[in-house]
Ligand binder design. Structure first.
Ligand SMILES: *[C@@H]1O[C@H](CO)[C@@H](O)[C@H](O)[C@H]1NC(C)=O
Ligand SMILES: *[C@@H]1O[C@H](CO)[C@@H](O)[C@H](O)[C@H]1NC(C)=O
Length: 349
């Protein structure tokens, strides 16, 4: 009986793996090294433009940062906001966000109804089916009642105003693509849930309890987070799991947090081998402990970041990830045990 069962089991296993196991993700780049070279090339181009033109230019452009120089050199950027969608680098390159869509102006900072959100609120904007470029009428603090669940093809553009998103949630990108999140502050995000939340104008889903991530990326692709500040959340500041890829986290400031950034949640989750993430030009600032990022599987390009301190470790990996670290500054803390180069086993989960 036993041999027969084993043979049968293996047959089932073999046919299942042939039928359903294509491990490449839809937006996975076939040659990650070429994306890395492309980032270097755009950085070099920006730096050399700065060198040749620095004598008679004192404006905000030509900073040497290829993303910023792409849109800030236009003095009319305020009226040409969607230009930003052409400025991403790394694995999120080509992220459209709400490019080509209407400008949607958030005028109401409230979040009272997660099922039928009021027009003018951020929640009403992010669930729409059409591409939208979302801006804010004025400075505001948006205190979320529950997770903010995005539909695809959205840009949140906080340039010119001071926008804080906090409360329960916070930002949840689940099974979506083409999202740009730019120039907002995300902090003090707490777990919540067991409630109904709209994810589109026609779909309301029951949500379990969320982790309390700042930005939670789940099964999603082409995601670009740029010029955000993230701090004081319950779980990760940015977590990307369950087959997410095509992600760039750039020009952002991280502070006051334990588990900063988790890329992949389980060593055994094979689709995360196709996870490709660029971490570029960020400042990992005061009060951080670990996971900057913590990588499982995948290809992670960590370039030109400033790691100012940590309490346990800066970058960690397990499950055979490729971590390409270039041009970063690591300022190790005084604690001798936090200076070591460790392995996955040593760093816990
Ligand atoms: C797996 O998916 C990729 C991209 O979607 C495709 O190019 C490739 O041909 C697929 N491979 C198999 C064996 O189906
Ligand atoms: C960028 O510049 C550095 C320093 O000059 C050089 O070593 C590197 O090869 C350049 N990279 C690319 C892709 O041009």
């Amino acid at each position: 009986m036993l041999p027969f069962t084993c043979i049968l089991f293996m047959c089932i296993l073999a046919s299942v793996s042939r039928a359903t196991f294509n491990l490449s993700l839809p937006h996975q780049h076939p040659h990650p090294e070429s994306v890395v070279l492309d980032v270097q090339w755009s950085l070099n181009a920006s730096l050399s433009r700065r060198q040749t033109l620095s004598e008679n230019t004192k404006d905000q452009c030509r900073t040497g940062n290829p993303i910023d120089d792409c849109w800030r050199c236009d003095p009319n950027w305020f009226n040409n906001r969607q230009r930003l969608a052409d400025c991403s680098i790394g694995f999120a390159r080509g992220t459209l966000g709400g490019k080509g869509g209407r400008i949607y102006t958030v005028t109401d900072s409230s979040d009272h109804d997660t099922v039928n959100p009021k027009p003018g609120t951020l929640r009403h904007a992010v669930i729409q089916d059409e591409p939208l470029w979302i801006v804010f009428s004025t400075n505001m603090v948006i205190k979320l009642k529950h997770e903010l669940i995005f539909n695809s093809f959205k840009t949140i553009d906080g340039r010119g105003v001071n926008v804080h998103i906090t409360g329960n949630g916070c930002l949840t990108l689940q099974y979506v693509s083409h999202i740009i999140i730019h120039n907002i502050h995300v902090h003090h995000c707490k777990p919540s849930g067991n409630t109904d939340i709209a994810s589109s104008p026609t779909h309301v889903g029951r949500r379990g309890r969320s982790d309390g991530d700042g930005i939670s990326i789940f099964g999603s692709q082409k995601i670009w987070v740029d010029h955000c500040s993230l701090s004081y959340c319950t779980d990760g500041l940015v977590d990307a799991v369950m087959g997410s890829t095509g992600i760039t986290i750039s020009n952002s400031y991280f502070a006051h947090h334990d588990e900063v950034m988790l890329l992949g949640h389980d060593d055994r989750y094979l689709p995360d081998s196709g996870m490709q993430v660029t971490i570029a030009f960020n400042v990992f600032g005061v009060g951080l402990v670990q996971r900057m990022p913590r990588c499982r599987r995948g290809y992670i390009h960590v370039v030109n970041n400033d790691f100012t301190s940590w309490q346990m470790y800066a970058i960690g990996g397990s499950g055979n990830p490729t971590i390409n670290s270039q041009g970063n500054r690591y300022s190790a803390p005084g604690d001798p045990s936090a200076k070591e180069v460790g392995t996955g086993e040593q760093m816990g989960t």
